[in-house]
Design a protein around this ligand. Structure first.
Ligand code: GLU
Length: 439
């Protein structure tokens, strides 16, 4: 069996971490099994769907590197839905209804008031048809056929169809609701695995009967526990964290994807550099059923870890002109964001503002400037400088190293000084030490 998955967002907003995770898992599962990953734009609702969001979603997926193998739009498939709908009407599995929303709401309240489940009550086949009112349409669930499946995440599932309302699948004006078109597409596109959030579990129950009514084998189903925002002051509404925000913070797509691939699973979260690595052991058996807590801070930590192991070739086109592989290796261990590189590149290859030092430190770096000016730079200038300065001033430890680091880099901490000093060169180093001595 060739695996075919789909990610099916409605273009009514941009992607947020919840649906990025769904997209990722669909993409990873297909990749792991050498299958196909389809993007299905669920734009059946013309009032809420926009082309701008459709493009925005594709853009978001592109930035994340989750480019689909194929894209379909539901709004271009209405003829197919119409044909299958006619078939189901003919077979008596779809029927016309005439209640107004107010009537339905009243009925619901009455049932609830009596302590009964608010399940839609079918009318008798010969019930009078109200004049001048166009029908909407419901799918007739087969009450004699219990609904069961083994969910890849949730395990065995069972629903009593008598406790479910026949779902509305088409409105008075002929427009489509989500349930039936989705099933028709899943059949037509040969979807083998439907992977989505557990908020769709009861939809799946009704949809399984639609697959059967259309004479098709249902796909495997995987319903994942939802993501929730981590507790704490800084936690934001999950729905507001999306590609734009992650991008705006200067974070790498793979930092976000590394977290979303493993969050809520029994596997450790690791910063992995590519989708193939994430896909290698992707398995629904690893997923737990408890809600997974998403914390933006974890993305930031993973971002730093990811940068520390990225190779020059992975980032070369995003580095300032003139940055070499050696520079990357020298500096990457100190980066939290890739944009931090530019500041460090100034330290080794550009200019820094002279820090202002206290009187004793000024004298020390003045001595250092004089020593540095006489040093042979080709042979470990840092240790030669530190040793000579120690000997001359009797200073050691932090009292020696901290003023030197500050004078030479303008910063309190950073990569090891030996590599920095060698790379920044003698002229630059001497000039900085002198400038700091006179600050
Ligand atoms: N458009 C639906 C949603 O975003 C798709 C659900 C599905 O994957 O079938 O909830």
């Amino acid at each position: 069996m060739t695996v075919v998955t789909r990610f099916a967002p409605s273009p009514t907003g941009r992607l947020h971490v919840g649906n990025i995770r769904t997209a990722l898992h669909n993409a990873l599962f297909a990749r792991r099994h050498g299958g196909t990953f389809i993007l299905r734009i669920d734009d059946t609702d013309p009032e809420r769907s926009t082309d701008e969001f459709d493009l925005g979603i594709r853009d978001d997926l592109g930035w994340l590197g989750l480019t689909p193998d194929k894209v379909v739009r539901q709004s271009q498939r209405f003829d197919l839905y119409g044909r299958e709908f006619d078939r189901l009407v003919e077979a008596g599995r779809v029927y016309a209804c005439y209640e107004t929303p107010e009537e339905l709401e009243l009925r619901r309240k009455v049932l609830l008031g009596r302590g009964l489940p608010p399940v839609y009550e079918r009318k008798a086949d010969d019930a009078p048809v109200p004049e001048g009112r166009p029908p909407h349409w419901r799918f007739r669930l087969d009450h004699d056929c219990p609904i069961e499946w083994r969910d890849l995440v949730r395990g065995p599932q069972r629903f009593d169809p008598k406790l479910l309302s026949d779902p509305v699948i088409r409105r008075e004006d002929g427009s489509w609701l989500y349930l039936l078109p989705s099933v028709i597409d899943d059949i037509d596109l040969g979807i083998t695995h439907v992977v989505r959030g557990e908020d769709h579990v009861s939809n799946s129950a009704a949809q399984l009967q639609m697959f059967a009514a259309l004479g098709a084998q249902p796909p495997e189903l995987a319903h994942e526990a939802l993501l929730v925002a981590a507790e704490g002051k800084l936690s934001k509404r999950l729905g507001s964290i999306g590609v734009e925000e992650i991008r705006g913070l200067g974070l790498e797509p793979m930092a976000l994807l590394s977290l979303l691939a493993r969050l809520g699973t029994s596997q450790p979260v690791e910063a992995l550099a590519g989708l193939d690595e994430l896909a290698a052991d992707f398995d629904f058996a690893h997923f737990g059923r408890a809600p997974a807590h998403f914390d933006l801070h974890d993305v930031e930590l993973l971002n730093a870890r990811l940068l520390h192991r990225l190779e020059f070739a992975d980032v070369a086109d995003r580095l300032p002109d003139g940055a070499s592989e050696r520079d990357w290796r020298l500096l990457r261990g100190n980066l939290e964001r890739l944009s931090d590189f530019a500041g460090w590149f100034e330290v080794i290859a550009g200019d820094i503002a002279a820090p202002s030092l206290g009187g004793d430190d000024r004298a020390l770096v003045g001595e250092a400037a004089a020593i540095a000016a006489r040093l042979d730079w080709s042979n470990d200038p840092w240790h030669a400088l530190a040793d000579a300065l120690k000997e001359r001033t009797g200073q050691k430890g932090r009292a020696l190293f901290h003023p030197l680091r500050l004078a030479l880099t303008g910063r309190d901490s950073g990569p090891e000084m030996a590599g920095l000093l060698e790379r920044m060169g003698k002229d630059r180093a001497v000039a900085r030490l002198s400038a700091a001595a006179n600050s």
